[in-house]
Design a protein around this ligand. Structure first.
Ligand code: KIV
Length: 272
């Protein structure tokens, strides 16, 4: 939906598709809370992903596996309240869709109904075909996720680049085609070789959104805490930091502590 000036008022699945069709890159970031989501939305981000990376950056878990459906819905509600332009996509957490398609559908319905989000994302290809079909049939837009799928970290055993070997690359090509044909509206490609991203992005109709997948994806996503430098021990080659907030916030906190201890804060003007 565009205004008379061509400015997009609300990002929808149609807008996302038209961006790919026009060759305009899609910018996506993760968000988990109201205040940050408001900043990203006002800055003009296209898609906000309420990622299950909340399990890592918000809750401090080592993997994305522990986060629950209720916790994802809580984060999604906070993000949705902040947003007026961006599309909000919510990760279906581990355990909320893998067992069978009925469970998957009821989890997706809970996310949409209780959070007001616009779409869900889930990891995997042929293994979750039936679940994707049922969710799509219910009218819920689905974003796919292939390559490094962190919910399967204990199967992979490592967070290194996926699909370097031909057999895994072929499975990824087949899965991408399947997700496109099923009717997913977009597809995250995580940590795969750039040439495979190029091949997949050119061979399917829906937009691909890469993370560590090179410049040929139709869009890019980063975990906001990594992009802003709030996390400091995660330094993969694909990550570009746009701020060093860990240092900025540490310095601000130290100044505050020092001002309180020295009785500089509050001053006469900062009291009633
Ligand atoms: O949970 C997440 O942050 C994600 C992105 C890395 C794509 O799935």
């Amino acid at each position: 939906m565009s205004t008379a000036t061509g400015e997009i008022r609300k990002v929808t699945t149609h807008v996302i598709q038209s961006m790919k069709d026009r060759g305009e890159k899609i910018a996506m970031l993760t968000a988990y809370d109201f205040s940050m989501a408001r900043i990203f939305d006002e800055a003009g981000i296209d898609i906000l992903l309420v990622g299950d990376s909340a399990s890592n950056v918000m809750a401090g878990h080592e993997t994305t596996l522990p986060i629950t459906l209720d916790q994802m819905i809580y984060h999604a509600q906070s993000v949705v309240r902040a947003v007026s332009r961006a599309m909000v996509v919510v990760d279906m957490p581990f355990g909320s869709y893998q067992s069978n398609s009925e469970v998957a559908l009821s989890s997706a319905i809970r996310i949409m109904k209780e959070s007001g989000a616009h779409a869900v994302k889930l990891e995997g290809g042929a293994e979750v075909e039936e679940s994707i079909r049922r969710i799509l049939l219910a009218g819920i837009p689905v974003m796919g996720h292939l390559g490094l799928t962190p919910q399967s970290i204990y199967k992979f055993g490592t967070y290194t680049v996926r699909a370097k070997e031909e057999q895994e690359a072929q499975k990824l090509r087949d899965d991408a085609k399947l997700l496109d044909e099923l009717g997913c509206f977009s597809l995250v490609l995580e940590k795969i070789p750039a040439r495979l991203t190029k091949e997949v992005s050119e061979s399917i109709l829906i937009p691909t959104i890469g993370i560590g997948a090179g410049k040929h994806a139709d869009g890019q996503v980063l975990v906001s805490h990594d992009m802003l430098g709030i996390t400091k021990d995660f330094n993969p080659r694909f990550l570009r930091r746009y701020a060093e907030l860990f240092q900025v916030m540490t310095a601000a906190t130290q100044s505050y502590i020092s001002d309180v201890k020295s009785r500089d804060f509050p001053s006469d003007k900062e009291q009633y």
